[in-house]
Design a protein around this ligand. Structure first.
Ligand code: ATP
Ligand code: MG
Length: 417
C-alpha cells in the first residue's frame, strides 16, 4: 500500500522524463511564436470556481472533482481543468485593463476522479492556451492553428480536426426544446445521469459515454441546425479563416465538449491511433465564463491538450524523441591524491558546462570503467599517482576505445572539444 501510487496516477521516471521536457519545450516555443505568455495558477482553488451553480451538468462538476474541506472549513478543489483558474486570475488582477487581447498559455496538472484506463488518469497534465478579450473568429482560428501546428511539428500524422458550433444561450433554447421533444418517447431508456441531464441540459446527453444513450441520440436534432444569425455567421467566419490559413477540418455536429460554459466554437483533435480515448486536444469559445465568475463580460477562446495522450499518440505514430546524452566525461581515479585532484577537476568541468561524473561507490579501476560504460559516458579521463607525477593524463574515447595522452594543462581544453 505504502509503496503503491494511488490508482489513476503515474510516476514519470528519469528514463522517460526527457520526453516530457521535449514536448514542454516544443509547446513553450510555439506559444512564444504565437505571442502567448505563460501563466501559472495554484493547484487548488475555491470549489465555487468550478461548481458555479445548480446549472452545472458536466461529469467533471457532478462526479469527478477532488473536493475537500481544509482546516479553515473552506471547500477546496484540486483543479480539474485549466481555463477557469486562468479566467479567475485575469479578473482578479484586472488584466482586462491592459491592451487586449490577452494571450496566455499554461502547463498544469489536473485532477479528476475517473475510471482509469489507457489515456484516462486521475492525475494527468494539460497544455492549454486562452485568448481573452475578442469576439473575432480570427482568435478562434489562431487558437486552432496553434494546436494544429504543434501537432504537425511533432510529426503526428493521423489526427483529424473536427469543428462544431454549440451556439449561444439564445439559439440553444430552441434546440433544447427540439431535443427534449425528440428524446421524450425514449426518456425511460436513458441512463440515470441522462435523465437528470434531460431536465437540466439535454445537450449533454449527446456527450454521454453510455452506449445505450449514444444509440438513443442517433438522429437527434443538431445544434448546428438551430444557430441564430450571429452564431451562424461566426461559424462561417471560422471556417473561412481556417481555410485561409490552410487548415483542413471536418464539421462534426456531435461535438458538445465536456464543460457547460462553451459557446459558439467547439473543436477537437481526434486520433484513431490510441484506442477509445482518442481526443488529444479539445477546446472552444466561452463568452460568458468571465461574467459567471463575477467579472466583466469579456469573451474567451482556448483549448486543453492532454500531455499523457499526446505522448501516447506520438508513440503510436512511431515518433522517436531524441534522448539527450547523459554524461560527457567520467573521471576515473586511483589513490587518494588522484581522488582529491579528481574532485577539483569534477567541479571545474561542470563549471565549464560539461556533464561530468566521478565514482562515489569506492569501485576499483575496472569497476569504474564498467560504471562509465553503464552511464553512457562519452569520454573517460584516467588519473593515478603516475599521471599526477608526470602531469599527463590518458583520455579514453568510450565509443571508439581509443586513448590519447595529453598534458595536464591541455586536458580541460581537450575534454571540452
Ligand atoms: P474525454 O471526453 O476524453 O473525457 P474531456 O472532454 O473530458 O475528454 P477536456 O476537459 O476537454 O476533456 O480536456 C482536454 C484534454 O485533456 C482532453 O482532450 C484529453 O487529452 C485530456 N484529458 C481529459 N481527461 C483526461 C484524463 N482523465 N486523463 C488524461 N487526459 C485527460
Ligand atoms: Mg472527460
Amino acid at each position: 500500500m505504502l509503496t503503491n501510487a494511488p490508482k489513476g496516477t503515474k510516476d514519470v521516471l528519469p528514463a522517460q522524463v526527457y520526453k516530457w521536457h521535449f514536448v514542454e519545450q516544443a509547446f513553450a516555443e510555439i506559444c512564444a511564436k504565437y505571442g502567448f505568455q505563460e501563466i501559472r495558477t495554484p493547484v487548488f482553488e475555491h470549489t465555487e470556481l468550478f461548481a458555479r451553480g445548480v446549472g452545472d451538468t458536466t461529469d467533471i462538476v457532478q462526479k469527478e472533482m477532488y473536493t475537500f474541506q481544509d482546516y479553515g472549513k473552506r471547500s477546496i478543489t484540486l483543479k480539474p481543468e485549466g481555463t477557469s483558474p486562468v479566467a479567475r486570475a485575469f479578473v482578479e488582477h484586472k488584466a482586462y485593463a491592459d491592451v487586449q487581447p490577452s494571450k496566455y498559455y499554461y502547463n498544469t496538472p489536473c485532477f479528476r476522479y475517473e475510471k482509469p484506463q489507457s489515456g484516462r488518469l486521475r492525475a494527468f497534465h494539460q497544455f492549454g492556451i486562452e485568448v481573452f478579450g475578442t469576439n473575432d473568429m480570427i482568435a478562434d482560428a489562431e487558437v486552432i492553428c496553434l494546436a494544429y501546428d504543434f501537432l504537425q511539428n511533432l510529426g503526428i500524422k493521423n489526427v483529424e480536426l473536427q469543428i462544431n458550433s454549440v451556439g449561444c444561450p439564445e439559439c440553444r433554447q430552441a434546440h433544447r426544446k427540439a431535443l427534449r421533444d425528440f428524446l421524450r418517447p425514449k426518456y425511460d431508456e436513458l441512463c440515470d445521469t441522462c435523465k437528470d441531464r434531460y431536465e437540466r441540459n439535454p445537450l449533454r446527453i449527446m456527450d454521454c459515454k453510455s452506449e445505450i444513450c449514444q444509440e438513443l441520440v442517433k438522429g437527434a436534432p443538431l445544434m448546428i441546425d438551430f444557430l441564430c444569425d450571429d452564431c451562424r455567421k461566426a461559424f462561417d467566419d471560422l471556417k473561412q479563416n481556417l481555410t485561409s490559413m490552410g487548415i483542413a477540418f471536418t464539421v462534426n455536429p456531435g461535438i458538445v465538449r465536456g464543460l457547460d460554459y462553451y459557446t459558439k466554437t467547439a473543436f477537437e483533435f481526434v486520433t484513431t491511433s490510441i484506442g477509445a480515448q482518442g481526443t488529444v486536444c479539445g477546446g472552444g469559445r466561452y463568452d460568458h465564463l468571465m461574467e459567471e465568475l463575477g467579472g466583466p463580460p469579456i469573451p474567451g477562446v482556448g483549448f486543453g491538450l492532454g500531455i499523457e495522450r499526446l505522448l501516447l499518440t506520438m508513440e503510436a505514430n512511431g515518433i522517436q524523441i531524441p534522448e539527450p546524452d547523459a554524461v560527457d566525461v567520467f573521471i576515473a581515479v586511483m589513490g587518494d591524491k588522484a581522488k582529491a585532484f579528481g574532485l577539483k577537476l569534477l567541479r571545474q568541468l561542470r563549471q565549464e558546462g560539461l556533464r561530468a561524473e566521478m565514482d562515489s561507490m569506492a569501485r576499483n579501476i575496472k569497476g569504474q570503467f564498467k560504471y562509465a560504460n553503464r552511464i553512457g559516458a562519452k569520454k573517460t579521463v584516467v588519473i593515478g599517482e603516475n599521471e599526477l607525477a608526470e602531469q599527463k593524463v590518458a583520455i579514453k574515447d568510450m565509443e571508439t576505445s581509443t586513448q590519447t595522452q595529453v598534458a595536464m594543462d591541455d586536458m580541460i581544453k581537450e575534454l571540452i572539444k
